[in-house]
Ligand binder design. Structure first.
Ligand code: MFK
Length: 556
């Protein structure tokens, strides 16, 4: 008999998702859940079918043709089948529009991100331009620029595939990635219209109909504060580019279906979004939205890895019984599941805050909490998605190392979560920025007190204690570090940010577990909370900076 292994199979990714469904039952009014369950079920089916189709089809990548047969520069991009399918789907489900849909009030963001979470893996990172488009809507709204609001939002928020536009975010340059102060693109006002000159090093989804870009007005000072924010429509109606060329598509570790280009701007027409300075401040609302999408995408990666590994564990028989019945494999899957559930509840809690904030229902403390938690979810879920993708790759043994199993792609794609939209360390420093400007830890500690006061079950006592102790330790560390050298605070910022995310996630998971015990007689979230609380929650060091300086510059 030949040696055969059964491939993992995905069932409907909504109906099969206990964590998502239980969460939605708790937070959404029954009428809202009833109204959206049909589309969530459809997206869950789409996610399962797309996985099978992608395995049958094999890898596809976008193709750039720079020249026509007759020598004309055309820079035409051919999108992958998944991207062609994603565009009309994204429009019809309103994956951007739903986030601003007044019909569901403050629940609009929960609704939107539940759909995005189901859609992400099947979309092969079409969620990237959707995230940027959503961010552009928020940034343009914050700018109050009436002309651009009237011009762009009817497209960005459209549910008709013919009218729907996506938007890019052109920030990164050779000299200015994390630190955009190095931006070299220059904006010149010529005959009453702005034109951009320079080179953008990473432009994701270059096929987008619009883009927001940072550039330095000619003659402006150095530094980031002198940058201005511009709106562009880079292509004419016939598909020709407006004074820009695509030098190449990037050869990336993952996200290879996403057309990321390196471009030269040679007088590309652009429009100022606000005043001709403070561009970083103006684009910041966009960053906070895309970072939330990033966390949702990272969660979707985790969920996909777990769903595949769990299904495979039931099929794969070793040492006389299925992997799913082997204690050590069960323990491995349980650890991963607990981390995922905690991350899920923290991330969706942030979407609840965002939904309230954007319709003016969040008080100042909740707005500050949203500001503080956004870099934390981006940072922690990005790192966690990579760890979970690596662990689940191993769950398939050698098969998980084979390209045509589809598993290595999950790991390679996962590596983007901690990098784009600001690396982990950029998020940690942004957490410090928010800590300094948005009320310190007070909003978070007070929210945590309220959340934990709702947890009474005996089964969760341990979790409540660990979450409280964790918050106290972090508060003390931050108080001490803030009073000392800035280097020490910065050196410890990543650990403290991850610790804080985990403490808050445990509190939220415990609250959900309490509800699930009472309302659904389901002991699994409580098991996840206990398991999560048993893992090391914090890693705070007494002296980060001096040892780090010594070790980082180590040479023989
Ligand atoms: C499915 C999901 C897919 C996700 C889509 C991914 C698409 C991929 C496309 C990209 O990757 S685009 C490139 C993304 N690049 C970054 O995210 C840049 C990373 N670097 C940072 O975030 C730096 O922290 C930053 C560029 C913001 C530093 O700039 P500055 O000018 O040196 O910072 P500064 O002076 O502290 O802040 C300037 C202003 O912005 C301040 O306001 P004021 O002028 O009023 O004082 C800050 O408070 C404000 N600010 C900065 N970050 C903020 C913020 N405000 C609110 N929220 C923030 N996060």
């Amino acid at each position: 008999m030949p040696f055969l292994q059964a491939a993992p199979v995905l069932s409907n990714q909504y109906l099969d998702d206990r964590v998502l469904r239980s969460y939605l039952r708790r937070v959404l009014p029954p009428a809202v859940l009833g109204a959206i369950e049909g589309e969530l079920t459809d997206l869950g089916e789409f996610a399962a079918t797309a996985w099978t189709q992608a395995r049958e089809r094999g890898r596809c990548e976008p193709k750039l043709t720079q020249w026509s047969a007759w020598g004309e520069r055309i820079d035409r991009i051919e999108l992958t089948p998944a991207w062609q399918a994603a565009q009309p789907l994204a429009a019809r489900y309103g994956l951007v529009a739903a986030g601003y849909d007044s019909a569901h009030g403050a629940a609009a963001r929960v609704h939107q991100f539940a759909m995005v979470y189901l859609f992400h893996c099947a979309s092969e990172f079409y969620t990237c331009p959707l995230a940027m488009t959503d961010g552009a809507v928020t940034a343009l709204k914050a700018s109050g620029n009436r002309r651009l609001l009237d011009r762009a939002l009817p497209h960005f928020l459209n549910r008709d595939p013919q009218q729907f536009w996506i938007c890019g975010q052109w920030m990164t340059e050779n000299a200015g990635g994390s630190d955009v102060a190095g931006t070299e693109t220059v904006a010149r006002e010529e005959n009453g219209r702005w034109r951009l000159y320079g080179r953008k090093w990473f432009t994701s989804a270059i096929n987008a109909q619009a883009a927001l870009a940072l550039a330095r007005p000619a003659g402006a000072a150095a530094g980031s504060d002198a940058l201005a924010l511009f709106y562009l429509e880079p292509q004419k109606a016939d598909g020709r580019w407006r004074n820009l060329v695509l030098d190449r598509l990037k050869d990336k570790l993952g996200t290879r279906e996403l057309p990321t280009a390196e471009i030269h701007l040679d007088g590309a027409p652009a429009e100022l979004v606000g005043e001709p300075r403070h561009g970083v401040r103006q684009i910041a609302p966009m960053l906070n939205i895309t970072r939330t999408w990033n966390a949702i995408g990272a969660l979707a990666t985790m969920r996909r890895c777990i769903a595949l590994a769990r299904d495979y564990a039931n099929r794969r028989v070793v040492f006389g019984r299925p992997l799913a019945e082997q204690p050590l494999h069960q323990d491995t899957l349980a650890g991963v599941q607990a981390e995922f559930e905690a991350a899920f509840h923290l991330t969706f809690y942030v979407t609840e805050l965002l939904g309230r904030a954007q319709i003016g229902q969040a008080d100042e403390a909740q707005q500050n909490l949203l500001r503080l938690l956004t870099p934390l979810i981006k940072l922690w879920t990005g790192k966690l998605a990579v760890a979970i993708a690596a662990e689940s790759c191993e769950c398939f043994g050698g098969a998980g190392y084979l390209e045509d199993s589809g598993i290595p792609q999950l790991l390679r794609d996962a590596m983007v979560w901690p990098i784009w939209e600001g690396t982990s360390n950029v998020q940690a420093l942004d957490f410090l920025r928010a800590f300094r400007t948005a009320g310190g830890l007070t909003p978070l500690l007070s929210a945590q007190r309220t959340i934990l006061s709702q947890v009474q079950a005996k089964e969760l006592e341990f979790c409540v204690r660990v979450a409280r102790e964790g918050a106290t330790q972090i508060t003390e560390w931050l108080q001490k570090a803030s009073a000392g050298e800035r280097d020490r605070l910065e050196a410890g910022a990543r650990d403290v940010a991850i610790g804080l995310a985990r403490v808050m996630a445990l509190s939220l998971l415990a609250r959900h577990a309490e509800w699930a015990l009472r309302a659904e007689n389901d002991p699994r979230p409580a098991a996840a909370a206990r398991r999560f609380a048993e893992r090391p929650l914090l890693r705070l060091r007494s002296d980060g900076a001096r040892d780090a300086q010594m070790l980082a510059s180590d040479s023989y």
